[in-house]
Design a protein around this ligand. Structure first.
Ligand SMILES: Nc1ncnc2c1ncn2[C@@H]1O[C@H](COP(=O)(O)OP(=O)(O)O)[C@@H](O)[C@H]1O
Length: 280
């Protein structure tokens, strides 16, 4: 548990370390992660802290990251050389543990997995991964369906949708993809196919309307974010353009005990944002 004073200290140190657009994005991710955690029954404090600090090592140059990754991570040489944009996630546990020794393994793991994810994801890992993509400052054209699905589908399904959107974005932008990402993708496809209904289930209709009202359509919509900061100019980085949104309260909703007969299942999300929803 990180108390308010320590969180404030972390916030200030992050602000001093990264550029303003990165800081704004980090605040957005922290608040989005906290909201997602509340909805999906994950530890909110861990989510807020992991979201805040997830890009801690984005302050480093690729040269510094390569050196750090070589010494303190198992990232393969080819990835260090060719996909340095992902290294900050892998070096972060080492860097952050030195700065904030009280950070738990769970928080550090969620931070480590926020960029490339993994075949097995803890709930906190998924919350931080999703928050990084759907925080209000994100301006991708295809995040709207993800935001709308918050509280409507299970955490696993929302993660699957988000991971898929990330893969599509990387391909469409002609970016190299971490080789382990294909292993992760295949694992999640298999897991999803094996799940009941083929889509990880979903939250009940009642929970869905409450939760999406509070989070999906208010806190996590781009419209809710105050004015934009300058885009991040770091090589390979995407633009995070919003200042921190105001926190809003939302009801608790448990996505784990869905009645499949009432469940709305998002079957597919297309790059243009169109999606197919089936009511089962
Ligand atoms: N699986 C992946 N393989 C290769 N590159 C990736 C992968 N996932 C994300 N990236 C790229 O790594 C960089 C950092 O990712 P991330 O930390 O999610 O970015 P952001 O700076 O947008 O928060 C981005 O340029 C992103 O496109």
């Amino acid at each position: 548990m990180v108390d308010a004073d320590r969180f404030e200290e972390m916030r200030q140190r992050l602000q001093a370390r990264v550029k303003p657009s990165r800081y704004a994005h980090s605040m957005g991710v922290s608040q989005a992660a906290e909201q997602l955690a509340r909805i999906y029954g994950v530890n909110e404090n861990d989510a807020a802290v992991a979201g805040l600090l997830h890009d801690w090592d984005k302050a480093l140059s690729f040269k510094q990251l390569r050196k750090l990754a070589k010494k303190h991570t198992k990232v393969p040489k080819a990835v260090r050389k060719n996909i340095p944009g992902v290294l900050h996630a892998y070096t972060a546990p080492y860097s952050l543990k030195k700065e904030f020794p009280e950070l738990t393994d769970g928080v550090l793991q969620a931070i480590e997995r926020h960029t490339c994810a993994a075949p097995e994801m803890a709930d906190l890992d998924m919350v931080v991964f999703i928050a990084d993509i759907i925080e209000p400052g994100r301006t991708f054209g295809d995040v709207a369906p993800l935001r709308e699905a918050v509280g409507e589908v299970s955490l696993e399904e929302l993660f699957y949708m988000t991971y898929k959107a990330t893969m599509i974005y990387l391909l469409e932008d002609d970016k190299a993809i971490h080789p382990d990402s294909l292993i992760t993708w295949n694992a999640w496809v298999a897991k999803r196919e094996a799940s009941e209904g083929g889509c990880f289930g979903s939250v009940s209709a009642g929970d869905a309307s409450e939760a999406s009202e509070a989070v999906g359509r208010r806190a996590l919509t781009a419209d809710a974010a105050p004015s934009a900061a300058a885009p991040d100019g770091a090589a390979g980085a995407t633009a995070h353009e919003a200042a921190a949104p105001e926190a809003v309260s939302s009801p608790k909703a448990d996505g784990s005990s869905a009645d499949a007969s009432e469940a709305a299942c998002v079957r597919n999300v297309r790059p243009n944002g169109a999606r197919i929803i089936t009511i089962e």
